[in-house]
Design a protein around this ligand. Structure first.
Ligand SMILES: Cc1cc2nc3c(=O)[nH]c(=O)nc-3n(C[C@H](O)[C@H](O)[C@H](O)COP(=O)(O)OP(=O)(O)OC[C@H]3O[C@@H](n4cnc5c(N)ncnc54)[C@H](O)[C@@H]3O)c2cc1C
Length: 408
């Protein structure tokens, strides 16, 4: 009987194990998990609700949510995409629901539903689990098998799917360098910006639904809601910048300037026109009392003050340099970022196993036959919204489907 070893009992590991056993029912499939519990990240994911995937059914669009690995994942999504995920869970009796932001959760609103589904499927298919069994090294033997080196005992396998997740350091992957696998230095992705010297923090709690944010001096740009926090800025627009800029911002030691357009994509002529018509129609009204841009009054007052305009001055007084300064503050507002904070809901690691060493049609290593990879251990990561799990499901399913096919 062929032995398939799954290293890591997380999202990708379980999906790979289930796929392997379904495609190769006569194989012996064992999950080796270093901790005492499997699926612990699934448990805490999405605030305990598990955002399993995203209602994006166009693969071309779907890959744009992945700062790293997008072009490789295009191949994976041709085989197993968001629609496949929904069908997979539906077939196994898990009802999912799509929220207004297109994030998809179990209808039960509990990540335990996903865990229960995986555990009962694993039981039904006879997949074994070995807990508290870290695999620290993998040795290729002459008879075309592998030896898995653990702390107390070693194991044998004909094929391996390696799914140990994202790591803050590449130490645990060092065994791969003997096979000439490239390792990409890990850096955090998905974090919020600290602004210890910026008084905008006094406006904590304010959300501006549509903004454009940029990192000064770079091409990094993102759109979406922005949340002002007591330490700086957060929200989808900032998280996207942090994900797409993960490596660059790490090189900058998290010290840079962010530029905010509080009016989404509005440009100077349009803003000028709005200011001019407000001056014409409401010349004697106080600027602080009439805000033509629909942003919150507290933020409007803050931006006026930042532009050296008294909230008690009249609209007719807004001329020349003063108007230009206000336009600049509204469209190109500059803040110093110094440091980052981990985003509590979902943090991932950029970096891991270099992608050019993997055949994404099968998820097999191009360097070692019968060694497959899936999930966050790869240099693949997505923004928030269910994209990271989708990558784990797709790569895990494909690895399982091909694990005993030995195409290279
Ligand atoms: C708080 C939080 C919330 C999140 N919420 C979401 C969400 O709602 N939606 C979403 O899409 N993504 C979310 N993510 C990201 C998502 O959880 C990960 O992308 C996903 O879990 C990656 O799956 P994985 O199987 O590759 O890795 P993991 O789930 O990290 O699993 C890896 C497993 O391998 C084990 N392991 C490691 N080394 C060894 C070894 N040497 N031997 C044996 N076992 C080993 C680990 O103990 C672990 O169990 C969240 C992340 C966090 C931290």
């Amino acid at each position: 009987m062929k032995k398939i070893a799954i290293i890591g009992g997380g999202a990708a590991g379980f999906f790979a194990a289930l796929s392997a056993k379904e495609h190769f029912p006569s194989a012996d499939v064992t999950i080796y998990e270093k901790s005492a519990k499997v699926l612990s990240k699934v448990k805490v994911s999405g605030g305990g609700r598990c955002n399993v995937t995203h209602a994006c059914f166009d693969n071309k669009k779907l890959i744009t949510y992945y700062p790293r690995g997008a072009n490789y994942l295009r191949k994976s999504f041709e085989q197993f995409n968001t629609r496949s995920t929904i069908e997979w869970f539906k077939k196994r009796g898990v009802e999912l629901e799509t929220l207004s932001d297109n994030c998809i959760f179990p209808k039960s609103n509990s990540s335990q539903t996903i865990i229960d589904c995986f555990l009962s499927e694993a039981r039904r298919l006879g997949i074994k689990q070995k807990l508290q069994t870290p695999i620290n090294d993998i040795i290729q033997l002459e008879d075309d098998t592998f030896e898995l080196v653990s702390t107390a005992e070693n194991f044998k396998a004909n094929a391996i799917i390696y799914t140990t997740g994202g790591q803050p350091k590449n130490n645990s992957l060092q065994w791969l360098t003997k096979f000439n696998h490239t390792l990409v230095e890990p850096v955090p992705s998905l974090f919020t910006f600290n602004m210890p010297n910026e008084s905008i923090r006094t406006l904590m709690g304010i959300v501006v639904e549509e903004t454009t944010t940029k990192v000064e001096g770079t091409k990094l740009e993102a759109t979406g809601p922005l949340l002002i926090t007591h330490w700086g800025m957060s929200g989808p627009s900032i998280l996207k910048l942090s994900a797409f800029g993960a490596r660059l911002l790490s090189e900058k030691n998290y010290d840079f300037y962010v530029l905010v357009n509080w009016l989404h994509k509005q440009k100077e002529p349009e803003t000028k026109h709005i200011l001019e018509s407000t001056i014409q129609q409401h010349s004697d009204k106080k600027i602080g009392n009439l805000n033509p841009f629909g942003i919150s009054t507290r933020l409007w007052h803050f931006l006026l003050e930042k532009s050296d305009i008294s909230i008690d001055s009249k609209w007719k007084e807004l001329q020349g340099k003063k108007a230009n300064k206000l336009i600049n503050t509204l469209l190109n507002d500059r803040y110093h970022v110094s440091g980052k904070t981990t985003f509590k809901e979902e943090f991932v690691t950029a970096g891991g196993i270099g992608l050019s060493d993997i055949d994404f049609n099968t998820m097999q290593s191009r360097k070692v036959k019968r060694l497959f990879f899936a999930g966050e251990v790869l240099d693949v990561d997505g923004v928030t919204g269910g994209f990271n799990f989708q990558a784990a499901w797709s790569t895990g399913w494909i690895a399982g489907k091909n694990v005993l096919s030995y195409r290279l």
